[in-house]
Design a protein. Structure first.
Length: 388
């Protein structure tokens, strides 16, 4: 008779080590990581039932939806503009900044205002000196003024131009904010401009000048001298919310009062997890939100509100993460070509509808639509109603 737990030959009449128990071999483990949310740590049990080991889930809870992007082409700028950045105005339309597309080293920029249907309301040319290359970076508006941030090569000098949003977009003022910068940010705060600039890690060789890292708070309506301070962290992201000036950089965040001398929040690490990467920082005017990845997992946080946090199983990989608000203050997040609405009470993503957008391109919300810039000169549109 064959006994289950003994190595006994049942044929040939020969037994091998009869009476010695058979050792169970671990050849499978449960549960499968593919059934556990991405990034969640859990314990697996072997098929033998006696051994255990730690594991990490790999199930992406944000599943892909079959089909193509829901966004449709609104306007093709390829005949006259390149390297575009586009932002909402305050009327449901858009403001586009780019450079003439004749040659890559062109020294002329273009600023255009569009209505909600993509029709051009006005267009202005921005000239820079001959031999320079115009590099558009950003534009913002408060509904009255349009503030344009651009760079000129080869000196990497950064400039802020102010335009009248109404009428034909006439030039109001122009100011140089620094040379040899790695990057810069500009934020409108009432009648003031908040500027953050970052110097290069390695100073440029002579004769190229460079400016130090600084925060600058300057009036747009008076001749009062600006407030200038050296921040404790690089202003990679810069926003102004109801509590003050938020600076995010070097994996940390901090907060200043508007006088830039009172520190309301000393620098704090955004995350102590594995490989934290901050992708985007946005404010609705009241609170400030940070989106990024920790150990490859989407992580959403709200400064000053530990209850707002989402790390539930959405993998980021090499995709970019972006945040945005609609006119009602609803918060949206995208990862690659996936976009969803965020529950601002908890940080959980309450609705998702991927793949709704073109992957990893800048987007913004204006009026009842979401807009995307693809290829540096193609503007796409997606009604927010498509993201229930």
């Amino acid at each position: 008779m064959c006994m289950m737990m003994f190595l006994v030959a049942c044929s040939g009449g020969r037994s091998v080590d009869a009476g010695i128990p058979v050792a169970c071999v671990n050849n499978s483990w449960t549960p499968d990581p593919a059934t556990i949310p991405w990034g969640d740590e859990f314990i697996q049990t072997s098929n033998c039932g006696t051994d255990h080991r730690p594991a990490v889930g790999t199930k992406d809870l944000w599943k892909e939806r079959d089909g193509v992007s829901l966004a449709t082409l609104l306007k093709d700028f390829s005949g006259f503009e390149r390297d575009m950045t586009v932002v909402p105005d305050t009327t449901g339309g858009s403001i586009a900044l780019g450079r003439e597309s004749v040659v890559a080293s062109n020294n002329k920029g273009i600023l255009t205002r569009l209505d909600a249907s993509g029709n051009e309301l006005w267009k202005n040319q921005i000239d820079s000196p001959a031999g320079n290359t115009f590099i558009p970076h950003s534009e913002i508006t408060d509904g009255t003024r349009i503030i344009v941030l651009y760079e000129r090569l080869p000196l990497h000098d950064w400039n802020v131009y102010a335009y009248d949003m109404a009428g034909n977009g006439g030039l109001i003022s122009e100011t140089n904010i620094g040379y040899g910068l790695t990057s810069a940010k500009v934020v409108i705060d009432g009648n003031n401009l908040l500027i953050g600039r970052i110097q290069p890690q390695v100073p440029l060789p002579a004769p190229f000048p460079f400016s130090n890292t600084a925060l600058i708070y300057a009036s747009m309506i008076s001749s009062d001298p600006p407030i200038v301070v050296a921040p404790e962290i690089d202003p990679e992201f810069l926003v102004v919310d109801a509590g003050g000036i938020v600076v995010v950089g070097n994996g940390k965040y901090m907060k200043y009062a508007r006088d830039l001398t009172t520190v309301l929040q000393a620098p704090v690490l955004w995350s102590t997890g594995i490989s934290p990467v901050i992708h985007d920082v946005k404010t609705d005017g009241n609170a400030t939100y940070i989106a990024g990845a920790v150990n490859g997992i989407l992580t959403l946080t709200q400064i000053g509100n530990p209850a707002f946090r989402n790390t539930a199983g959405i993998s980021v990989g090499t995709d970019s993460v972006q945040l945005g608000f609609d006119a009602s203050g609803n918060l949206f997040v995208s990862v690659g070509n996936r976009v969803g609405r965020v529950d601002k009470a908890t940080g959980e993503i309450s609705t998702i509808k991927p793949p709704a957008i073109i992957a990893n391109v800048p987007w913004y919300i204006s009026g009842s639509n979401m807009y995307f810039v693809s290829g540096g000169n193609m503007l796409y549109i997606l009604p927010l109603s498509q993201i229930p």
